[in-house]
Design a protein around this ligand. Structure first.
Ligand SMILES: *Cc1c(COP(=O)(O)O)cnc(C)c1O
Length: 493
């Protein structure tokens, strides 16, 4: 069963099953749902699992959570890993140094790690909506990776419609085309004049608007969310951390039970939270090392115990999926360590005073599991170039992890770095890095240039984007979003 991070308001259920928590992801007082207990994995479990495929491991773990989803639905959900480059190994672990391994999480249909969770999650959510004979609208605002992955998983799914807002000019060409060329009739993509913050604020305003919600009720449409506050995504993000350890065991790089580090390039902290839960479940993670870019709010929290938004402005970097100030999933760690009363106090302070501060004891507790460092664009660029010379291609988000590897890894044990995107999604940055220039290439020029220079292939799904017709060409002012959404919903219903 699932409980709430900020306590219960006596209106929402005190405890809810998984199906409820994923269809209605916002809990009392603006909190989140968390599992009441976590299953335990031990050496016996890990040993038994070394022979299993990724999909079998996933089913085993999901069953241990005892969620209220039938096994055949889970089977169908994990069969979506068949869409990855290698169905038997959707998340390969690649060694790049004596003690450094890359957990490549980007081999799914949209070439970012969001697919690892969103692919199976999309099937489960649509199944639940259909079973309840309810229609759901999912509103998403994206800075680039969430949008394509959300649209891809819900394309042509029953009982779900998705409206996705993106900042016009704020995403890479590849990311924009992954959205605007979508043909499925249950998807609507709208460009916004403004930046990602504007898109996200527009969405928040809509979600809070009484008239918007009343109009939806009239159309008999309910709202849900597919962002990483939804536990239905987090549950799938626990698994690849466990899988990475099993891969280390299989490759004889670690003895069973012996610890390893993991490094996570973090934004909304979903990936890192998955690692935290895996550690709590018994996976021998020495420490979870958090990599941030110069939007280093997470680094500050983990180093000082202070989360301070007051003087902060979002800075643009070459790792845009980590450009974030409010990192939602940190709340689940706070809850796990300090309970709902304290979590509500801290989150209320963040809302009202734009700052909270942990006590020294609380900070010490946080630092038992996490350490963190931030990395600037220059460091990432040099990292990309130096690994490219050694024939390993890593994207700008993944590259931020090398700083953590150099500065925070204290023990001589294996280290797994989570790679969150394929280079093809950020081709101009990649080409700039290896050319050591600052030319403004188009995505197409940079894809071709980089691919030729390094002899790496561009996957067909990326290459084809440039010749597909644009279906969604609307770019509007914030004020017109609501009208666009209703025009779409009414045309369909
Ligand atoms: C979403 C994303 C991240 C951040 O992941 P969180 O789980 O939100 O911390 C990092 N890198 C890439 C490429 C992403 O798409």
């Amino acid at each position: 069963m699932f409980i709430e991070t900020r306590g219960n308001d006596s209106i929402k259920p005190q405890r809810a099953p998984f199906s409820y928590a994923i269809l209605n992801p916002s809990a009392s007082f603006g909190g989140l749902y968390v599992p009441e207990t976590l299953p335990h994995i031990d050496s016996t479990f890990l040993e038994k699992t070394t022979h299993k495929s990724y999909k079998e491991l996933t089913i085993d773990i999901l069953k241990m959570f005892k969620i209220d989803i039938e096994e055949d639905v889970l089977e169908k959900a994990v069969s979506l890993y068949d869409r990855f480059d290698n169905a038997n190994d959707p998340a390969p672990l690649v060694q790049i140094k004596e003690d450094l391994f890359v957990n490549e999480l980007f081999h799914g249909p949209t070439r970012a790690f969001k697919d690892m969770a969103l692919q199976p999650f999309g099937h489960i959510l649509s199944h639940l909506a259909k079973k309840k004979q309810e229609d759901y609208l999912i509103l998403a605002a994206t800075s680039g990776d969430t949008g394509p992955a959300t649209l891809d998983t819900f394309a042509n799914k029953e009982n779900i419609r998705v409206v996705c807002l993106y900042p016009d000019g704020g995403t890479s060409d590849v990311q924009r085309l992954q959205m605007t060329t979508q043909t499925s009739p249950n998807l609507k993509i709208i460009g916004i004049h403004g930046n990602f913050d504007d898109a996200q604020n527009a969405l928040k305003t809509l979600l809070a608007s009484k008239s918007f919600n009343e109009e939806l009720t009239k159309l008999d449409i309910k709202l849900s969310a597919a962002n990483s506050v939804n536990f239905g995504r987090i549950i799938f993000q626990i698994i690849y951390h466990i899988h990475a350890y099993i891969a280390l065991l299989k490759q004889n790089k670690v003895e069973i039970g012996k610890p390893f580090y993991t490094i996570v390039p973090s934004g909304n902290f979903g990936n890192a939270l998955g690692a935290y839960y895996a550690k709590k479940m018994g996976l021998p993670i020495e420490k979870i090392l958090i990599a941030s870019n110069i939007n280093n709010i997470l680094t500050d929290l983990i180093n000082t115990g202070i989360y301070d938004l007051r003087e902060r402005k979002l800075l643009q970097t070459t790792s845009p999926a980590m450009d974030i100030l409010i990192s939602s999933n940190v709340e689940r760690v706070l809850y796990d360590k300090f309970g709902s009363k304290r979590t509500k106090e801290l989150m209320d302070a963040l809302r009202d005073e734009k700052i909270y501060q942990l006590t020294p004891l609380e900070l010490a507790s946080l630092r038992e599991d996490f350490d963190a460092v931030s990395c600037d664009d220059d460091f990432a660029k040099h990292t990309i170039a130096s690994f490219a010379k050694e024939n390993y291609v890593m994207d700008p988000h993944t590259a931020t992890c090398l700083k953590a590897y150099e500065l925070l890894k204290k023990k001589n044990i294996p280290c797994v770095l989570c790679s969150t995107a394929e280079w093809t999604k950020f081709a101009p940055t990649m080409f700039n890095a290896i050319q050591n220039d600052t030319v403004k290439y188009s995505d197409k020029e940079a894809l071709d240039g980089f691919s030729k220079a390094l002899h790496v292939k561009i996957p067909e799904c990326i290459d084809a984007l440039f010749s597909q017709p644009i279906i969604h060409d609307k770019v509007v002012d914030k004020a017109h979003i609501e009208a666009e959404i209703f025009a779409f919903l009414e045309a369909k219903s």
